[in-house]
Design a protein around this ligand. Sequence first.
Ligand code: FUB
Length: 340
Amino acid sequence: MKLVLSSGFVLGALLLSLPGVNLVNEPQPINRQLTQTRFISKNPIVDGWYADPEGVIFGKTYWIYPTYSAPYDEQTFFDAFSSPDLVHWTKHSRILDTQTVKWAKRAVWAPSPVYANGKYYLFFAANDIQNNQEYGGIGVAVSDKPSGPFQDALGKPLIDKFQNGAQPIDPHVYVDDDGQAYLYYGGWRHCNVTKLSKDLLSLVPFADGTTYKEITPDKYVEGPCMLKRNGKYYFMWSEGGWTGPDYSVAYAVSDSPFGPFKREGKILQQDPAVATGAGHHSVIHLPNTDTYYIVYHRRPLGETAANHRVTCIDHLHFNPDGTIKPVQITAEGVTPHLIN
Ligand code: FUB
């Protein structure tokens, strides 16, 4: 703890001395210590109930797109958060609102952002459909800016039915090194991968004629996430029930984006001294480094309400053999890091 704080202090001082970096006068900072430059992020990184966060870097800015964690009928919009340094966060309100998505009524969940074709795309789920007679599923919205406003691109869901038993929720877009974008998604203990067209607005069948490939690993529940490192595909997912303390994240490694994905073990879970229900995560990789951050939600100690989930960041470390070390969830969070 001492080491973290002191190295954070030195880094913070360095950041302040950089031209163009004004950490004190950040517009609309929403962290609790509003008037002070901070040398460590503190978890949760922002106030308010936010879950299913997907972190991404656009240019020199970190962005986090979470679910607004409220009763389903109140989940009618997304807020996003941006930061130059992982510590000072700015809130961008209602970057997508169901008022502009005619088919989405409630339960807008798990936004997954991606930049392509000179635009920002946001994949999301809506309506929490329980069967194929209900209307909803996974949609895609587009904006010229990462802060939105995002407009519905199709006027209907991209995926509106259960396929291979997978509820159409929890989209996660992964773009491979060759530029091919894949959409991983699925709740109710089933996960599919689909191939996206170049404009990201439709699904393209695989060479074998199928459109939805089931890749469900052992114990998978929801919240898929893909990361490529040193040529290996790290597939991660949430397991357990999201309303309880045992919600957690596990992973598998494969040579292919389609698996097979053999479960290696858990990487993120509750720590009774820090928080419960840690899960539904994403990973931010600092380009040209071996530094990775895990962005996830958890439930503060003493909280039991299902939606009382907060967004946090901690380090994700790899062992020399390529396996992932269990994440140490912290109250302190991470130190500032500007993107070069
Ligand atoms: O936030 C709503 C749902 O809770 C998500 O879609 C699931 O992954 C779980 O985190």
